[in-house]
Design a protein around this ligand. Structure first.
Ligand SMILES: Cc1cc2nc3c(=O)[nH]c(=O)nc-3n(C[C@H](O)[C@H](O)[C@H](O)COP(=O)(O)OP(=O)(O)OC[C@H]3O[C@@H](n4cnc5c(N)ncnc54)[C@H](O)[C@@H]3O)c2cc1C
Length: 577
């Protein structure tokens, strides 16, 4: 076996917004490698449509304080308020910095950065919706990612594209480096480094219907979990209210921000009943539940399992200029012109609030007491700081990636001079090699596609918007069965060149692990909060559950510890909109 060895001061996994923003920081003090299993600008960040939140107040009065309050309330009071405050106050310089780096934001007639409404963003502590989302038509993620990628190129960041990370090596409480495969030729590469920043994005692909890209499979989270490190708040997975019916492709909340409304089979604007003040612009957890409640109670369109997003009354010019992408999506995928007919929509798995626990500087936590793994950082959707708590507000993820990508990069940079060069031992490399060779030569009777389909279906059926003990327990039994079936897989492609089947097998194995963590965490939390809705425990229970879940792998399966929520200014209150 030939091993290719590399050394970089900092290695970053992922070239989405979080990874690229971190890289821009790290290149100031040392060499930086960014690995991505995709071509860098194909990261899921590029699919972000609606916008990035910041209280610039360009279109109407706004303040970072209101942004902080909205984010805390949106999180159903589970977000850590010290981190939320940092994000909301940092948002303003962050947008200005992005503009200076070349992001082509949409403009107001007088030339300022334009802003629009988004779910859960209000003025005066919940009084009425406010225009806080900065956007670049409905291709915001694309605009920001291309600008950051260009900045990385300018500064000499090295990209290893189509390199899939197989192992993140943590030993003696320090990160040592990573092991990756070059997808092009199957060769194994070891990257030793002082710091590793994980910016590997979300894992919506564990669900059948999702807005997430094919690559959003979450293996890096699982790699840490399997080594005994915790994952935080994994029971909280956001379903976005408006996925295209039958496909899950996202129709941005910006469509409702620009005036779109949801209607049921009786032609009613039903959100008026669920959130009388801000109606269709209520947070996503509430709108998703409302849609599914309408459908359950027989008020879907023609009694079917979807509702309509109606944009017919929105000025055609606005659709053309501010929502061109979703207009095209509707035409291509549904054959519907949104200016002429309403779009059939249903909730779609969208965003992981939980992830790798970090402190406010991106350092990965190894326990609930705040102790860290030396040299290991995480930022973006894979991380849990936690700014989103039990439910993320729209436009706060792009913001999170850039604010905490920069902070993680900055902290890594400051620590670099005191950090030791990592060393990846031979036995660890041998183990990885053996694992992938075993998979490549697997000759069982199960196909990857059938196991994955069953996994995604059962997660969707039993662990999505509504959850209940009986089904979660059934789900855990089924996951055991899927693990057994996985041992019997067979690959049809045994080559080394672009063996995507092999890579999918690796991803699937990690997806099963993550699904178990999600399901167990959901079973244990006996309350309803944010995106976690337990039908058998319908109320929020602050007395027992105002705390973060830390899931650990142990000999007895998964064990849990808890960490108190950081509350600074805003005491938990009833969440009315
Ligand atoms: C359709 C859609 C629309 C959205 N719209 C908005 C919006 O308008 N506003 C908003 O705030 N948020 C939005 N979000 C959420 C937001 O886009 C994401 O949460 C955010 O972009 C994640 O960025 P990231 O940098 O953490 O990860 P990503 O952009 O997902 O990048 C992950 C990177 O990790 C790499 N990677 C992963 N695993 C491996 C591995 N094993 N080896 C090597 N590389 C690996 C990938 O190749 C990729 O480069 C949207 C999300 C979706 C899906």
């Amino acid at each position: 076996m030939e091993i290719n060895k590399h050394y970089f001061d900092t290695v970053i996994i992922g070239s989405g917004l979080a990874g690229c923003r971190a890289a821009i920081e790290c290149i100031n003090t040392g060499s930086v490698a960014v690995l991505s299993k995709l071509y860098p600008t194909r990261s899921h960040s590029t699919a972000a449509q609606g916008g990035i939140g910041a209280a610039l107040g360009n279109e109407e009065p706004d303040s970072p304080e209101w942004h902080t309050y909205d984010t805390v309330k949106g999180s159903d009071f589970l977000g850590d308020q010290d981190a939320i405050e940092i994000m909301c106050y940092d948002a303003i310089p962050t947008i200005i910095e992005l503009e200076h780096m070349g992001v082509p934001f949409s403009r107001t007639p007088e030339g300022k950065i334009a802003q629009r409404r988004f779910g859960g963003h209000t003025r005066d502590f919940g009084a009425a919706p406010v225009r806080r989302a900065c956007y670049s038509a409905d291709r915001t993620g694309h605009a920001v990612l291309f600008a950051l990628y260009e900045q990385c190129q300018l500064r000499g960041v090295r990209f290893f594209q189509e390199f899939q990370v197989l192992d993140i090596v943590v030993e003696n409480n320090s990160v040592q480096g990573i092991i990756a495969v070059n997808i092009k030729d199957g060769s194994l590469h070891v990257f030793e480094s002082k710091a590793v920043i994980i910016a590997s994005g979300g894992y919506g692909k564990i669900f059948k219907v999702t807005s997430n890209a094919y690559a959003s499979t979450g293996e890096c989270l699982s790699m840490l979990f399997r080594q005994g490190l915790p994952l935080e708040d994994m029971e909280f997975f956001q379903f976005h209210p408006t996925g295209l019916y039958g496909l899950g492709i996202l129709i941005t909340e910006g469509a409702r921000g620009e005036g779109g409304i949801l209607i049921n089979g009786k032609g009613e604007r039903f959100m008026e009943r669920y959130a009388p003040t801000i109606k269709d612009l209520a947070p996503r957890d509430m709108v998703s539940r409302a849609i599914l409640t309408e459908i359950r109670e027989g008020r879907g369109i023609n009694g079917k399992d979807y509702v309509y997003l109606d944009l017919r009354h929105v000025d055609k010019k606005i659709l053309e200029e501010r929502l061109p992408e979703i207009t095209t999506f509707s035409k291509i995928y549904m054959g519907i012109d949104p200016s002429e007919a309403p779009i059939p929509v249903v909730p779609t798995a969208h965003y992981a609030m939980g992830g790798i626990p970090t402190d406010i500087d991106g350092r990965v936590l190894k326990d609930v007491d705040g102790s860290v793994i030396y040299g290991l950082f995480a930022a973006g959707e894979c991380a849990c700081v936690s700014v989103h708590g039990a439910n993320r507000l729209g436009c706060n993820s792009l913001l999170d990636t850039v604010v905490f990508g920069r902070r993680a990069g900055k902290t890594a940079t400051q620590m670099l001079k005191d950090m030791q060069k990592g060393r990846v031992k031979k036995d660890r490399i041998d183990k990885t090699f053996e694992e992938i060779e075993n998979l490549r030569n697997a000759k069982g009777k199960e196909s990857i596609a059938s196991i994955r389909k069953d996994l995604q279906t059962t997660m969707m059926d039993k662990c999505s918007v509504f959850r209940i003990e009986k089904e979660l327990k059934e789900l855990l039994v089924e996951l055991e069965d899927l693990k057994t079936r996985f041992k019997e897989i067979s690959l049809t492609d045994r080559s080394k060149t672009f063996n995507t089947e092999l890579l999918e097998a690796i991803e699937l194995s990690h997806m099963i692990t993550l699904s178990e963590v999600v399901a167990q965490s959901a079973l244990v939390r006996t309350e309803s909060r944010g995106a976690h809705c337990r039908e058998d425990y319908p109320n929020r229970d602050d007395e027992n559950w105002l705390k973060h879940t830390f899931a650990f792998k142990s000999d007895r399966g998964i064990t849990f510890k808890y960490k108190p929520v950081k509350i600074t200014r805003f005491k938990p209150e009833e969440r009315k909109y």
